[in-house]
Design a protein around this ligand. Structure first.
Ligand code: JFZ
Length: 582
């Protein structure tokens, strides 16, 4: 019964969806009794410790007369989104649908009286958008037996979680799967108190009611990929390497999910197209959030931004929808790669690049042109480098680029499916990137990826005593600076503090040399343009290679400092030729 969904095709092809966080919290909108309540606006009841009897009163004020389901489904469509997931019930316990299990719902408790889930489900059907709901199955601040509300009900020992499941969760999930036609996604969240058995029971219940419905991994304890049909990555998280399983990044358009009158930290359309491409390149969907206000209006700015992304997708959608992840074992500084059978798409984030070069592509490139100028061909050269025949360098001149934002996509037609010779190779700019998820455990030779990628994370914390190793091919010998990129372990919204722990003690062994180093912050930048996550670069030392050939680098982790950053979160080790910038 915990079986994975047998056919995820529509979801896998969609790559881009709309998330909607909407509820009573859109009334206070980040402010309670004249005080600004920091961070995500949908958490206001919790953050301001508002008693149930007081928060409940918001229901009498909830009258979003500007709510227009067709306009919202239409916006999703214009934005190029293929599915939509809305909070049917968030942690505050208030249901946006008619429920017989609790009168704390939009139809019974508000002057509005309209079933928002019903209207939106019907509008999505009309527009050909797949419809799904978010349901908070463990945390419910309105129910005395659920997890989360420690201010009205501080005594955990008095809580009967089973009672909450029986009188609210199962009946409401039943209503959602019975009253609104086809439900395409059930999106659970914060699986705090729920047990493994209860999660399995809930999944079986969903499967029984609607076998086609796709369920996310935040269903069960830990929220990892063993649960549900796809793994929910952390908020606003972009994996470093393609996930083996289906993944989804849920993300904010600013820094909050529910509407806040204070948060204007909107991402720009060009940031969003880059994130969408980078996430697709890692085998994940992008579920991007809007937060309607107390009248049901979608903030004008967010609507405009989404429409611009939609415009970009009109031209560049073939490089996103139905694509497979990058075949290359590293992140390129210049952008991201997606593919389809017979095609490769180079998403060129860095508009200043005049020539794109990749190594080890085995296919012949028969045509290269930007999707926005399909008749202007780019010159391609494919030449063997080094002694290994498979080490072909493919170079594409992109001097025709007009340098417009959002980013441009170079489409390559290739013979057959993209085939990249396995292994890590020095890049044409001389650099060598050793992605942490491409490492093997030096002691066992086993890939490190499954252990590190427990949740498809940025790159999970390393354990003390672990030794990681990478084999790679040096083509142009010389002296290299070695550096490590390390990341924040925790998601932070825009107001949040971003910390990367430093002081970890490591030893890098390379070319017969052992280099002890302490991880420090020499530089900091957002991770690939994603302001929610921070990356620091630490110098390690230098290495010299006399001759071309295969070599190994080992990283021994001897001491980990665990502070606010969540430990030692390694993204990659870089070798940069002496004299090169970066
Ligand atoms: C949860 C909710 O608490 C939040 O209000 C919002 O609905 C969001 C989509 O999901 O917040 C989380 C859940 C998990 C992580 C971070 C925030 N996580 O695993 O990093």
């Amino acid at each position: 019964m915990t079986m994975k969904h047998p056919d995820m095709t529509w979801w896998r092809d969609a790559r881009f969806g709309m998330f909607i966080h909407w509820g009573l919290y859109s009334i206070p909108a980040g402010e309670w009794r004249g005080e600004r309540v920091p961070r995500a606006a949908e958490w206001i009841m919790n953050r301001a410790q508002i008693p149930v009897c007081e928060y409940e009163k918001l229901a009498a004020q909830f009258n979003p007369l500007d709510f227009d389901a067709d306009a919202i489904a239409g916006l999703a469509k214009e934005a190029g989104m293929r599915y939509l997931v809305i909070t049917a019930k968030h942690h505050d316990g208030f249901a946006l649908f008619k429920s017989n299990a609790s009168s704390y719902n939009v139809v019974d408790a508000t002057p509005f009286k309209r079933d928002i889930i019903g209207e939106l489900a019907a509008a999505c059907d009309r527009q050909g958008i797949r419809f799904g709901v978010y349901y908070s199955q463990a945390q419910d601040w309105h129910h005395p037996d659920a997890a989360g509300n420690t201010w009205d009900w501080p005594d955990d020992s008095k809580k009967d979680f089973r009672k909450f499941l029986d009188e609210l969760v199962f009946p409401q999930v039943d209503e959602l799967l019975t009253n609104y036609g086809r439900m395409s996604v059930l999106w659970f969240d914060t699986p705090r108190t729920i047990t493994a058995d209860q999660s399995r029971e809930l999944l079986a219940f969903v499967r029984d009611k609607q076998p086609e419905c796709i369920v996310n991994s935040r269903l069960g304890p830990g929220g990892g990929s063993e649960w549900g049909d796809f793994v929910s990555l952390r908020d606003n998280e972009v994996p470093t390497m393609p996930l083996e399983e289906n993944g989804e990044t849920c993300a904010t358009l600013n820094g909050t999910w529910g509407y806040s009158k204070f948060d204007a930290t909107w991402k720009t359309p060009d940031q969003l197209t880059r994130l969408l491409a980078d996430i697709a390149a890692k085998n994940a969907n992008y579920l991007l959030n809007i937060g309607p206000d107390h009248l049901g209006r979608v903030p004008e700015r967010s609507a405009r931004i989404l429409r611009e992304v939609g415009d970009w997708l009109q031209t560049n959608g073939e490089a996103v929808y139905k694509t497979q992840p990058t075949p290359f074992p590293l992140n390129f500084d210049w952008g991201a790669v997606t593919r389809r059978p017979g095609k490769l798409y180079f998403h060129v984030f860095d508009q200043s690049v005049r020539e794109l070069k990749v190594v080890a592509l085995q296919n012949q490139v028969t045509r290269a042109a930007f999707l926005d100028t399909p008749d202007t061909l780019c010159t391609v050269r494919q030449t063997p480098i080094g002694t290994d025949q498979r080490l072909i360098e493919t170079a594409i001149e992109v001097s025709e680029s007009t340098g417009t934002a959002p980013h441009r996509v170079l489409a390559l037609e290739i013979n057959g499916d993209a085939d990249v010779a396995p292994g890590i190779v020095q890049q044409p700019d001389g650099s060598i990137t050793l992605e942490s998820l491409a490492a093997v455990n030096a002691a066992t030779g086993a890939p490190i990826a499954p252990a590190i990628m427990a949740r498809g994370a940025v790159a999970r914390s390393l354990d003390e005593g672990i030794r990681l190793s990478w084999q790679f091919e040096v083509l142009k010998p010389g002296t290299f600076r070695i550096s490590a990129d390390c990341a924040t372990g925790r998601y932070t919204d825009h107001g949040g503090q971003k910390v990367v722990d430093t002081g970890h003690k490591v030893v890098v062994e390379v070319n017969g040399q052992a280099i002890p180093a302490v991880i420090r912050e020499d530089a900091r930048q957002p991770i690939r343009g994603n302001a929610h996550w921070l990356c620091i670069t630490s110098g390690i030392g230098t290495a010299h290679f006399d001759a071309p050939g295969r070599t190994t680098l080992t990283l021994a982790v001897n001491k980990i400092v665990s502070g606010k950053g969540g430990g030692f979160i390694l993204r990659n080790i870089r070798l940069t030729p002496e004299g090169c910038p970066r």
